[in-house]
Design a protein. Structure first.
Length: 96
């Protein structure tokens, strides 16, 4: 995998502007797919953590799963709209 990545990086270095724009679009599309998959792997009341502003780790509970983002209520009472791929599941949901 590492050698494949190095080859890809070398190949990007010789692309013209139009070819580079196509690569950028492909990367954006893949990133969107990953956000979607990661967001939909979570469910209401899952406990999650993520890196907040200034590198601080925030923990909270999933309130709503959107298309690519997840609405999280932190333990401090704040609401954050976080991309699914930025969240880490920290424990199973608590049944009410």
């Amino acid at each position: 995998m590492y050698m494949k990545l190095n080859k890809l990086i070398q190949d990007v270095g010789v692309l013209n502007n139009d070819e580079l724009n196509k690569v950028v679009e492909a990367v954006k599309l893949r990133r969107n797919q990953l956000h979607f998959q990661d967001a939909h792997s979570l469910k209401f009341r899952d406990r999650v953590s993520f890196q907040g502003r200034h590198g601080r780790t925030e923990t909270g509970t999933v309130e709503k799963v959107k298309i690519k983002y997840v609405l999280v209520r932190t333990d401090a009472g704040q609401r954050w709209n976080v991309p699914g791929s930025h969240l880490t599941l920290i424990k199973e949901a608590v049944d009410a």
